[in-house]
Design a protein. Structure first.
Length: 403
């Protein structure tokens, strides 16, 4: 690989992992990042405790990528969650498994890991250039806007690792889509993933309960039945439990024009028990006290029942119990993709060969969220970005050795 010049466009986890592989192979590697700092989205995601990967049994882990699980399988097999933990440890970042099974750095932030990683890359001879924005193809090369002006580069191989379309203020703005589309590359439309949803709350409910967490509930959608908590927002609902359902709910809205998230407000009580407990409340008992004493509901849970079942104060114990155990929240639409944690859509898998090279454009490789895959939160997203970056880096070394 000596003497081979490689360009990596995008300085996020996928691009940096590919740079590490290529640098170790002896390539002359330059990473071009449009933003003033590298790993911007990585750093923001790590502010509240970086989910670096997940500890569940690997056979289950590799199925969490929806329709892309099979295509991602080889890359994930070659860089498993255990491998990621070992890699982080080599960079001085020890990890631990949280109660949810998510894996976190002991320091509970991303910055020490990123600093050590960038130092390793620079020690390999990798050039890290910031404020260098790719502007498309030009004169048989790639045009870049830099602080010194416009330049054209013609590397021996190029990796695009520019992210999807979520959090555009951090650099993933999908500006690359028309340039690849003009080359005949199929790009599936971007959609929000791991996102909140709009709900038509009344003004009074919104003003009083926006920001309130709905704790210890069980939710049901086409994605399955899941337990946890989520948050009432000014616009609707958001939070980890909603994100777990978001792909299925988004697709249902796309297909049917509507979707419902059903919520069990009292997972510890059966419907039959609720009917008995609600029936025991005297006729003179206020509705609030009936809900509190007979249903164990108060605060935001009681208010949500009133909001979605306006006739609830006059409902029979049977009707109330049924609503408490399966309260439907009608969803209007997903929140805008700019607010989403991640995105679905991107370069279609048939365009990409086993080495993560675009079949129509030999020497041009892709990795990370540019590709049409999605995953739940909890370390799956970052793991796949790192794994595809590593796989693309190895694919590039193989291709360069044959060229």
């Amino acid at each position: 690989m000596r003497g081979k010049n490689v360009a990596i466009i995008g300085g996020g986890p996928a691009g940096l992992m590919a740079a590490e592989v290529l640098g170790a192979a002896g390539c002359a590697v330059t990473v071009y990042e449009a933003m003033p700092t590298l790993g911007r989205k990585f750093l923001l995601a790590g502010k509240s405790g970086l989910n670096i990967t997940h500890s569940e049994v690997f056979e289950a882990f590799r199925t969490r990528f929806f329709a892309s699980s099979e295509r991602l399988g080889t890359a994930l097999d070659a860089f498993t969650p255990d491998d990621i933990r070992a890699w982080a440890s080599e960079l001085g970042t020890e990890t631990f498994v949280g109660s949810s099974g998510r894996v976190f750095p002991t320091a509970m932030k991303a910055s020490p890991l990123l600093r050590a990683w960038l130092a390793r890359l620079e020690a390999m001879g990798v050039r890290l250039l910031k404020r260098h924005r790719w502007m498309g193809f030009e004169a048989d090369g790639l045009a870049l806007e830099t602080p010194e002006g416009r330049i054209i580069i013609r590397p021996d191989a190029t990796l695009l690792a520019l992210g999807g379309a979520s959090w555009p203020r951090l650099g993933s703005d999908a500006a690359w889509v028309p340039w690849l589309h003009d080359k005949g590359i199929q790009i599936n439309p971007f959609k929000p993933s791991n996102c909140g949803f709009d709900v038509a709350w009344s003004d009074s409910f919104r003003e009083r309960f926006a920001g309130a967490p709905l704790k210890s509930v069980v939710t049901h959608s086409p994605a399955g039945t899941l337990q946890g908590e989520f948050v009432i927002s000014r616009h609707g609902i958001e939070g980890s439990l909603v994100y777990a359902h978001s792909a299925a709910l988004r697709d249902q809205i796309d297909n049917d024009g509507q979707a419902v998230l059903s919520v069990d407000l009292t997972p510890g009580r059966s419907e039959e028990r609720l009917v008995l407990d609600l029936t025991r409340q005297g006729g003179k008992t206020s509705f609030s006290n009936r809900l509190r004493k007979g249903g164990g509901l108060e605060g935001v849970k009681a208010a949500l029942l009133r909001e979605l079942l306006p006739e609830s104060p006059r409902a029979t114990p049977e009707t109330l119990a049924k609503a408490i155990k399966s309260l439907p929240i009608p969803l209007l639409r997903p929140r805008p993709i700019a607010e989403a944690i991640s995105s679905a859509g991107g370069i279609a898998w048939p365009e990409i060969d086993a080495r993560f090279m675009l079949a129509r454009m030999p020497g041009l490789f892709v990795a990370g969220e540019m590709i049409d895959w999605e995953a739940p939160t909890g370390g799956y997203l970052l793991t796949a970005c790192l794994a595809t970056g590593r796989a693309a880096g190895k694919g590039m070394t193989d291709w360069l050795s044959e060229a």
